[in-house]
Design a protein around this ligand. Structure first.
Ligand SMILES: NC(=O)C1=CN([C@@H]2O[C@H](COP(=O)(O)OP(=O)(O)OC[C@H]3O[C@@H](n4cnc5c(N)ncnc54)[C@H](OP(=O)(O)O)[C@@H]3O)[C@@H](O)[C@H]2O)C=CC1
Ligand SMILES: O=C(O)[C@@H]1CCC=N1
Length: 272
């Protein structure tokens, strides 16, 4: 692993997930920095990962080779403008923000930014993340390799050639852990409503979710539809449950949710 000094601007949920992956894979903690306005999150970063922390974005970013922008999209402009004094020509900037297109960063920083846009997801914190990456023109192979190596510590990576495809990555992987959480949450609620206690409901639902996900991964020669069919006995219980989902147009609902997710990313690109 390369020994670049990495600074995370913003020590929120996603930064924690990425830092956790890095540290678990043996990236030296003394080369990882994080900044944040509230001290509590920085204290937690030190306690959990023993990394370097600061409230000073500019001073910290100046010291580092790689700057990972981990703030909310609505704060990105303000945060980047405060870093305009930096000469970014020998640094790599990685942004994990949804929506904001690469060209906006050149405006924010008032210079051409050597930028890689990453779209990770929270399972990165347990090594089962999925990250989509897009590099602007001028990013060299070494910089690509560096970003890829960093994100690989949290799971799998996929490069996209067209920036617009990152919005599909958001719909399929960035936001989608929340879809699965909602599904399991609904199952637990229903289990409780039907008389099972919450702890048992959770165990049953979570183990089924884990097993199903692992079966999809382990059976690359089988489609998810084939795996579904294998569970579904003719005239049996699963068929009744699945018919209920189909009557509720689960496929149309999933597609609409993903379209709305992409539309929101487009809207954010226009707003920020
Ligand atoms: N959560 C997710 O699943 C994913 C998120 N993303 C992207 O990651 C980014 C961060 O999201 P997430 O981690 O969920 O958000 P969080 O709100 O958890 O993290 C953002 C952090 O930025 C900090 N912050 C605010 N202002 C500043 C500043 N001026 N300088 C430095 N830090 C600052 C906040 O501090 P404080 O709270 O103290 O104000 C907070 O800790 C977003 O752009 C999002 O689009 C991408 C993929 C997945
Ligand atoms: O909800 C969001 O906007 C961010 C991007 C993907 C996951 N969380």
């Amino acid at each position: 692993m390369t020994q670049a000094k990495i600074c995370f601007i913003g020590a929120g949920n996603m930064t924690r997930s990425i830092v956790s992956g890095l540290v678990t894979h043996g990236y030296p903690a003394d080369l990882i920095y994080a900044t944040n306005p509230s001290q509590g999150k920085l204290d937690a970063m030190v306690a959990d990962f023993n990394i370097q922390v600061s409230n000073d974005n500019l001073a910290t970013a100046k010291e580092c080779d790689v700057i990972v922008l981990g703030v909310k999209p609505q704060l990105m402009q303000q945060v980047c403008e405060a870093l305009q004094l930096l000469d970014l020509s020998d640094k790599l900037v990685i942004t994990i923000a949804a929506g904001i297109t690469a060209n906006r960063y050149d405006d924010y920083f008032k210079q051409q930014v050597p930028l890689i846009r990453c779209m990770p997801n929270t399972p990165t914190q347990i090594g089962h993340g999925m990250t989509g990456l897009f590099a602007v023109e001028g990013i060299n192979q070494q910089q690509k390799k560096l970003a890829e190596t960093l994100m690989l510590t949290g799971g799998k990576v996929m490069w996209v050639d067209k920036e617009a495809e990152l919005n599909l990555v958001i719909a399929l992987a960035g936001s989608s852990p929340a879809y699965f959480f909602l599904f399991v949450e609904s199952m637990i609620e229903a289990g409780v409503a039907l008389g099972m206690d919450e702890t048992k409901s959770r165990l049953l639902a979570e183990q089924a979710a884990l097993g199903a996900a692992q079966m999809i991964v382990n059976n690359q020669d089988l489609s998810p539809a084939a795996l579904r069919t294998n569970v579904t006995s003719k005239g049996g219980t699963t068929a009744e449950a699945l018919a209920t989902f189909e009557r509720g147009d689960i496929r149309g609902l999933v597609k609409q949710a993903m379209v709305n997710c992409i539309n929101r990313a487009d809207e954010m690109a226009k707003t920020f």
